[in-house]
Design a protein around this ligand. Structure first.
Ligand code: ATP
Ligand code: F1X
Length: 312
């Protein structure tokens, strides 16, 4: 069982337009709503591939109720913690040439009591779980060491913790010794304080995060695939997609595939890459099902060319 935690979930509204012109009124061609937030997406991807999971989310107002209804409608086990603040909406505007504009709301603050209720929910669900996966931005005012505290708590309880965080929450979590972190290229660069312009830079930065406390680092590099630095060493891989439709949630699919495949070494990286590429071929933040996943396109390199540039 994999428990995901999304402190700042969302209704993801995806709007298709012919052309987006700033400062004008644009009529949409179509619109859809998906349950959103990084941990939510990890659970959606796991469930779509028959891996047991439960999603712990905060839920506020009518939009929070809709989020829970959408998840339950998809058959996802949800542990919703009611909160006073409204669940946010994140908007993705998609143009026919594939250009994507995304606007994420900050979310609303959580009170001390609400945070305690979330901690109780995770604790209850984590009983017997293999992983707790804490993902996504923190609502305003939530302390940036919240994921670090989660890591410290579960280290003593024998449950593995994976963190997908940005900003100061990532270095804070790394220092608390999570089993896995999943930064993207920008998050990795911010965490080490220098640019990540090549696969070699990504490997060096990931090694640094391991030295600072992370057990393993799965760094996602967009179209350039991903790098894994874990106790087995350094592995890189790619899974090319000729015509990407939407990269929203691709990192979450990558992480879900990696965890579902055992979270270690080249085989798990390959599975993650196959799920990530499948997500990119699907519209909006649709998570891949078994029939969407192509493992034949994955290329794994256990001796990565560290000089390969990530910037075309
Ligand atoms: N254009 C692309 N072509 C092929 N694969 C891609 C592309 N973009 C992303 N991927 C796959 O998806 C994974 C995650 O992408 P990325 O690094 O953009 O994650 P992310 O920024 O965490 O995404 P998100 O936050 O939207 O989930 C990559 O490691 C890769 O496997
Ligand atoms: O604002 P955050 O928490 O960083 O990211 C939230 C989000 O962009 O991440 C998911 C894709 O990974 C979307 O479902 C959601 O809208």
């Amino acid at each position: 069982m994999i428990v995901t935690l999304t402190l700042n979930p969302s209704l993801d509204r995806t709007i298709d337009v012919d052309r987006l012109v700033q400062g004008t009124m644009t009529r949409a061609r179509s619109a859809r709503i998906d349950p959103g937030g990084k941990g939510v997406n990890v659970s959606r991807a796991l469930l779509a591939n028959r891996a047991p999971t439960v999603a712990v989310v905060t839920s506020g107002g009518a939009d929070g109720e809709q989020l829970v209804r959408l998840l339950e409608g998809d058959g996802i086990a949800v542990h919703a913690v009611p909160v006073a603040g409204r669940t946010r909406s994140n908007v993705t505007i998609v143009e026919p040439d594939g250009v994507v504009t995304k606007v994420n709301e900050p979310g609303e603050p959580l009170s001390r009591d609400e945070l305690d209720a979330v901690a109780d929910a995770v604790l209850a669900e984590a009983e017997g779980a293999s992983w707790v996966v804490a993902c996504g931005s923190l609502p305003p005012g939530v302390p940036s060491d919240i994921y670090a505290r989660l890591c410290e708590f579960f280290a003593s309880a024998g449950v593995r913790v994976a963190v997908d965080a940005s900003g100061p929450a990532l270095p804070a979590a790394v220092g608390a010794g999570p089993h896995l972190v999943k930064p993207n290229r920008d998050e990795l660069a911010e965490a080490v304080g220098r640019p990540v312009a090549s696969v070699g830079d990504a490997v060096e930065a990931a090694c640094e995060l391991r030295e600072r406390g992370a057990g393993a680092v799965l760094a996602s590099l967009g179209a350039d695939g991903a790098v894994l630095v874990d106790e087995d060493g350094v592995t890189a891989g790619t899974a090319p997609v000729a015509e990407p439709r939407s990269t929203v949630g691709a990192g979450d699919a990558l992480l879900a595939g990696f965890l579902a495949a055992g979270a270690r070494g080249a085989p798990a990286l390959a599975e993650g890459l196959a799920w990530g590429a499948a997500a990119v071929r699907l519209p909006a933040s649709r998570m891949p099902r078994p029939g969407d996943i192509r493992r034949d396109i994955v290329r794994i390199d256990t001796r990565p060319d560290l000089g390969r540039s990530l910037i075309a």
